[in-house]
Design a protein around this ligand. Structure first.
Ligand code: GTP
Length: 222
């Protein structure tokens, strides 16, 4: 991969319970489609999309992790070199929302210790007292199924405010807010890179490759 290919390269990792729609969000963004009969992700998968933002080429390496518990030890190893995490739940599945504190604990334990956001004490219903994390997005997917909604927008907003996380509701199926999710995140990462707040990382090996590649997080500081 030559450096001339892009001005920035960011690694974004999607996490959240099985079946919330992580793969569909990634495929909607990278391929512009809603895959039929999507099977569960096994371990970790990744896709790349290069976008242009304000005349600069931004390469997004998007890692789609399996939500199933049995893959957790594999997926955890991908958090550390992430520049951003997208924590996803399904608005029609209360359980996927109730598991969020567990995911936040995972982030605290396994993500980069580079502090960008300090999250404060959440609502009493959750038992996390404080957490630090890298740039995080909190996403409620499947808003096309509004009639089956189990988690109100207000509840999700309260949770995201308590955690100081940016919140967005999406539909991978209808393509609602999917571009916005990734492009806003890319903009934020560029501005963080410019402020020199991102650490240089070495990415995990690509599937099928036994070696690490050089990971350029920000080559364009002013
Ligand atoms: N109606 C609707 N269904 C969706 C949406 N996104 C995903 N789905 C469906 O939800 C199911 C699970 O989607 P996936 O993308 O495989 O979920 P995942 O989070 O990647 O699941 P794991 O790989 O097991 O972690 C599939 O049947 C999708 O068709 C959406 O925005 N709207």
């Amino acid at each position: 991969m030559s450096m001339e290919d892009y001005d920035f390269l960011f690694k974004i990792v999607l996490i959240g319970n099985a079946g919330v729609g992580k793969t569909c969000l990634v495929r909607r963004f990278t391929q512009g489609l809603f895959p039929p009969g999507q099977g569960a992700t096994i371990g970790v998968d990744f896709m790349i999309k290069t976008v242009e933002i304000n005349g600069e080429k931004v390469k997004l390496q998007i890692w789609d992790t399996a939500g199933q518990e049995r893959f957790r030890s594999i997926t955890q190893s991908y958090y550390r070199s992430a520049n951003a995490l997208i924590l996803t739940y399904d608005i029609t599945c209360e359980e996927s929302f109730r598991c969020l504190p567990e995911w936040l604990r995972e982030i605290e334990q396994y993500a980069s210790n580079k502090v960008i956001t300090v999250l404060v004490a959440p609502e009493v219903s959750f038992d996390i007292t404080s957490i630090t994390c890298i740039s995080c997005r909190f996403v409620g997917n499947k808003i096309d199924l509004a009639e089956r909604r189990e988690v109100s927008q207000q509840r999700a907003e309260e949770f995201s405010e308590a955690q100081d996380m940016y919140y967005l509701e999406t539909s991978a199926k209808e393509s609602d807010n999917v571009e916005k999710l990734f492009l806003d995140l890319a903009c934020r990462l560029i501005s963080e890179a410019r402020q020199n707040t991102l650490v240089n990382n070495v990415s995990s090996p690509l599937p099928g490759e036994g070696k690490s590649i050089s990971y350029l997080t920000c080559c364009n500081f002013n």
